[in-house]
Write a protein that binds this ligand. Structure first.
Ligand code: ATP
Length: 310
């Protein structure tokens, strides 16, 4: 990467007209600069994985801004069967934790352990199977919903697919569509709402039975009622499969469902505990976050939540 980059740089210096001719080259450099290093593949691929994740004293800054520490001695634990929520102001480092968990970048100090072994010692492909990340704006393929859910897990049965869709609270709306699971997400793309797309993406993540599920703002397009139903369904799956869930969300309705809440600000854990514990901290950061959201909750009060039978 370095060689390629320097070779082209030399070209650029000596032949300005070449630079002009390949307009947009800056964009390529921007991309090359940003792309993180690919670590050597590990060897571990144990048959049984519990899904215990531990960030131990992790300090990290992005290669592009080496002087700005984004995570400063962060320690965090994800436990099987539990949902841990990361909350805090924008820029606090929540998504950066996900980037590190996905091994896009390496901690500068400290380490990330999976079942007690460094994340780097596991095989890439193995980790891809075991860690599933759903982001805020998932993309659907112009294929049937069935193919979208089974993507990457083509050997899954229809029963597996339905189970995954149920755990993502997607089964009910899919079966109400005229073509059900055969609905073409391409042709009917405009009829699949943002919230429905997010649920299909969660189902796609669940079909591989990950041991670690990361929801990075992955339910943000759902109304509070549907979101609650998703979390209810996910809770069942989480207990059954003993999956560790890392939730990043801005809405209290999602966060308060977590077993453990970590308030992250400026790359540091400022507070952690359960919702009930954290709201009791006088002038606490989480308590303040809850207060701010109360108005919105009051506005929705009385609507109640009735999840459809799936
Ligand atoms: P939000 O709630 O807005 O998603 P966050 O808590 O997830 O925020 P991060 O996305 O982890 O925060 O960002 C933390 C800091 O890292 C921010 O200052 C951001 O600008 C910076 N950052 C994120 N990605 C990169 C990158 N690829 N290169 C350089 N800096 C980055």
């Amino acid at each position: 990467e370095l060689q390629f980059s320097s070779a082209v740089e030399v070209l650029m210096n000596y032949y300005p007209h070449v630079k002009k001719a390949i307009g947009g080259s800056e964009k390529i450099f921007e991309y090359v600069d940003r792309s993180p290093e690919i670590p050597p593949d590990g060897t571990l691929a144990p048959q049984k994985l519990n899904g215990n994740v531990e960030f131990q004293n992790v300090t990290f800054s992005y290669p592009k801004r080496p002087d700005t520490a984004i995570l400063k001695g962060l320690s965090l634990q994800l436990k099987p069967g539990q949902m841990t929520a990361l909350v805090g102001p924008s820029g606090g480092g929540k998504s950066t934790c996900v980037n590190l968990l996905e091994r896009f970048y390496q901690p500068e100090q400290g380490c990330i352990l999976l079942d007690g072994e460094p994340l780097l010692s596991y095989k890439d492909q193995y980790l891809h199977q075991k860690i599933s990340v759903v982001c805020q704006e998932p993309k659907l393929f112009a294929r049937s919903l069935k193919e979208n859910i089974k993507y990457g897990k083509e050997d899954a049965t229809d029963e597996d697919m339905i189970q995954a869709a149920k755990s993502a609270y997607a089964h009910d709306f899919i079966t109400k569509l005229q073509d059900g699971y055969d609905t073409d997400a391409g042709a009917k793309g405009d009829r699949v709402s943002g919230g429905q797309k997010q649920r299909i993406a969660i189902a796609r993540a669940l079909i591989g039975k990950p041991k670690i599920l990361v929801l990075d703002d992955a339910t943000s397009s759902l109304d509070t009622k549907s979101e609650e139903c998703v979390f209810e369904a996910l809770a069942e799956m989480r207990k059954k499969q003993q999956c560790s869930v890392l939730l990043i969300a801005h809405r209290l309705s999602a966060v308060e469902k977590a077993d453990h809440i970590v308030f992250l600000q400026d790359g540091e854990v400022k507070e952690e505990g359960t919702h009930d514990q954290l709201v009791q901290i006088e002038e606490g950061l989480y308590a303040e976050f809850v207060k701010k959201q109360n108005t919105a909750i009051h506005r929705n009060a009385g609507e109640g939540t009735i999840c459809e039978e799936q």
